[in-house]
Design a protein around this ligand. Structure first.
Ligand code: SF4
Ligand code: MSK
Length: 678
């Protein structure tokens, strides 16, 4: 071998392994941008995933570091456990205890993230109700009255024996107090539990898992998982269920309701998705994170004529807003702001070279954004007091509802000023797809309700007659350990092909939008005959985008409306429905999964579950839990098998409800019918 060849090999051996763009993602825009990043020598999450292997013991959920005698690592022996499982940590904690404690801490963290988001919204709501800020008002008074009723706040008052409507501001103030109280009230139970079907409420009572207040359930998990406290995986999971319910039927549900009242309840609208929404001749502002309180104002400010004039004075043709992750979903649902991409595309938005500012709030924000931004002119701005970055090039403009308009104006102007600093290294992929988003409990009622009955009558009717085989809630993140968007799209396509109507949120919603599945026209291409007929008659997509991660509460309430509208079902676990998170990664997904399960939903996760190293505990959550709540966990990384598990569950429920035959009749071809008649 020549010296030159040896030297080349040495360099190659030292060079970090780079991601294969085709293996990393199914999305061609993302593939192009991974190549672009590699050409520019900028590492992305895809390369880092190729370079770093996950820890096998952590994957199994059996590594404990809850005290300084550990970490105690209890891997599952090759070939599994025969006989008694003698594995234990220094304190004697078994693999079941360790896996359950870790699982609970994920639930606590996920519930805390959603619920702290909810608390922040409730505080802004309080400021709006007190009229301490001009930036926020009560936009949807109908929703305010509906929410007031659920919280036990009267919308009317008796004056001299006459019933009169109460002042809206007065109602708002009382709603704000009632809502904020849910985080820390000293006694009682969460008010919204009463929104669940009665049999489910009774199950929670019997199991002793009704949340008392939101914060307490999170704190209690941290206590019970401390060394030497709760050492019974079943008892631990009781608290896991209680904390997750405090998220789904508490913090998340309140966040959604109060956001709808302040920012408007979403109704279907048209928009676009993928990196191609960015425009070379516009100021591009990317908003990323989860909390819509500041982004709402940024949307309003960027549409103001004086601001547009200012952008034009700098040579831009306008301002293009785009979203990443769930802030994207929030501003998409209410204003039609296009989605620039999912969780795994956040670095790529900057690598286009055309991102003049990226504004981030909380959750799912990569710290590496700062390193990527350094390579371009992009201003990276953190806005939340609890989420800063250590890198010097990151600017912090702290949001406060009392001066939200000024904050938003400062940020948008900074982005406009930065437009002139763009380098020549601009490459925006062309790919983008049309999407119809903005669905919710109310709009499903409008599209699939009865004209005179004002309920979910038409939806129920079509489930019972079998045109719609069942419902699926498909949600959650991307995970760099799996091929970006592949499982999301394969699961959803398999479901709609089999006549299952899909309700989506989070990054699954964005992935489906990028694939063109959020259009009514996609029904004709991808759906089975029953679902196709319903979608074409009503004019809806076969995949209904319900919003952000906290908006999974909309899925719970939509399912509850199905019960109320009548049919053979009495409880959520009776409905032919299933949940799924094909590419999950965040702790919030575990909290969501657990509140789905504790609400009676069979829930399948892709990738893996951090419970496989403790087979007894794993068995408990994937089998035994069904006896308590009617729902249980499952794990299936293969997307087609994953969807088929959900469909098998849906068919099992159809049979239990006595509606399996109706579907067979409705899906018969004309020839089949004629054959019977002859
Ligand atoms: Fe080990 Fe027990 Fe400490 Fe966990 S709590 S690290 S199992 S000694
Ligand atoms: S943003 S939590 S990656 S869905 Fe809600 Fe997407 Fe998951 Fe974040």
């Amino acid at each position: 071998m020549t010296e030159e060849k040896k030297a080349k090999l040495k360099v190659a051996a030292k060079a970090p392994k780079l991601a294969d763009p085709i293996a990393a993602t199914i999305d061609t825009a993302t593939q192009q941008m991974i190549v672009r990043a590699q050409q520019l020598g900028i590492d992305t999450v895809f390369d880092r995933a190729a370079q770093m292997k996950p820890c096998n013991i952590g994957l199994q959920g059996t590594c404990c570091k809850n005290c300084a005698m550990g970490p105690c690592r209890l891997p599952l022996p090759k070939g599994g456990i025969e006989g008694e499982d003698k594995r234990k940590g220094l304190c004697g904690a078994t693999a079941n205890t360790i896996a359950a404690r870790n699982f609970l801490r994920m639930i606590a963290s996920g519930a805390a993230a959603h619920s702290d988001h909810g608390r922040c919204v409730a505080e802004v709501f309080m400021s709006a109700a007190r009229k301490e800020t001009d930036a926020y008002q009560i936009k949807d008074t109908n929703k305010l009255i509906a929410v007031a009723e659920k919280l036990g706040v009267s919308a009317t008052v008796e004056v001299d024996g006459e019933t009169k409507d109460r002042d809206i501001d007065e109602i708002a103030l009382e709603v704000a107090h009632k809502a904020l109280n849910e985080w820390g009230k000293p006694e009682g139970e969460l008010i919204y539990l009463s929104r669940a079907p009665q049999p489910l409420y009774e199950k929670w009572t019997k199991a002793g898992v009704k949340p008392r207040n939101i914060d307490r359930e999170i704190v209690e998990i941290m206590h019970r998982t401390h060394i030497g406290v709760d050492q019974d995986y079943k008892n631990l999971m009781k608290q896991g269920a209680r904390c997750a319910l405090a998220d789904g039927w508490g913090g998340s549900m309140l966040a959604t309701d109060l956001q709808d009242i302040m920012f408007g309840t979403p109704y279907p609208l048209q928009s676009e998705a993928n990196l191609g929404i960015m425009k070379e001749d516009h100021v591009n502002i990317i908003i990323h994170g989860h909390e819509p309180v500041l982004s709402e104002i940024i949307v309003a400010v960027s549409q103001r004529p004086d601001i547009l004039k200012y952008a034009k004075s700098k040579g831009a043709r306008g301002i293009q807003l785009g979203g990443i992750c769930c802030t994207a979903n929030e501003i998409l649902q209410r204003h039609g702001v296009p989605s620039a991409g999912t969780f795994l595309q956040q670095e790529l938005a900057i690598i286009t070279g055309a991102c003049d500012a990226m504004i981030v709030d909380i959750q799912c924000v990569f710290q590496n954004l700062a390193n990527v931004a350094k390579c371009f002119h992009t201003k990276l701005i953190t806005t939340h007091p609890i989420a800063k970055m250590e890198q010097e090039n990151v600017m912090h403009i702290e949001f406060d509802e009392h001066h939200a308009l000024e904050d938003a104006e400062r940020i948008v102007k900074m982005a406009i000023d930065n437009f002139t600093n763009r380098g020549s290294e601009v490459m925006i992929p062309r790919q983008k797809a049309t999407q119809i988003a903005g669905f919710g409990v109310e709009s499903i009622q409008y599209h699939l309700g009865g004209t005179f009955r004002g309920t979910y009558y038409t939806l129920n009717d079509n489930i019972i007659n079998g045109r719609i085989r069942g419902l699926a809630g498909v949600v959650g993140c991307n995970n760099a350990r799996t091929r970006h968007n592949e499982a999301h799209i394969a699961v959803v396509k398999e479901l709609i092909k089999n006549d299952v109507l899909v309700l989506t949120t989070g990054c699954n919603g964005i992935a489906c939008a990028m694939e063109g599945l959020l259009t009514p026209e996609s029904a004709g291409i991808y759906c089975g005959p029953g679902l196709k007929e319903v979608c074409e008659t009503v004019g809806i997509p076969p995949v209904l985008h319900l919003g952000s991660c906290v908006d999974n509460s909309r899925i719970l309430l939509a399912a509850t409306e199905v019960i109320k509208a009548g049919g053979p079902w009495k409880d959520l676990c009776d409905i032919p429905a299933a949940g799924s998170a094909p590419e999950w990664m965040s702790e919030k997904a575990i909290s969501i999964g657990q509140y789905f399960v504790s609400s009676g939903v069979y829930t399948v996760f892709g990738v893996t579950l951090p419970t496989t190293g403790a087979p007894v505990f794993h068995n408990f959550i994937t089998k035994d839990m069904e006896k308590l709540y009617g729902g249980k966990w499952d794990i299936e990384p293969d997307p087609i098998k994953h969807a088929q598990l959900m469909i098998a569950h849906i068919d099992k429920k159809r049979k239990e409800m006595g509606i399996d035959k109706a579907r067979e009749r409705v899906l018969m071809t004309m020839e089949d019918r004629q054959a019977i008649e002859r």
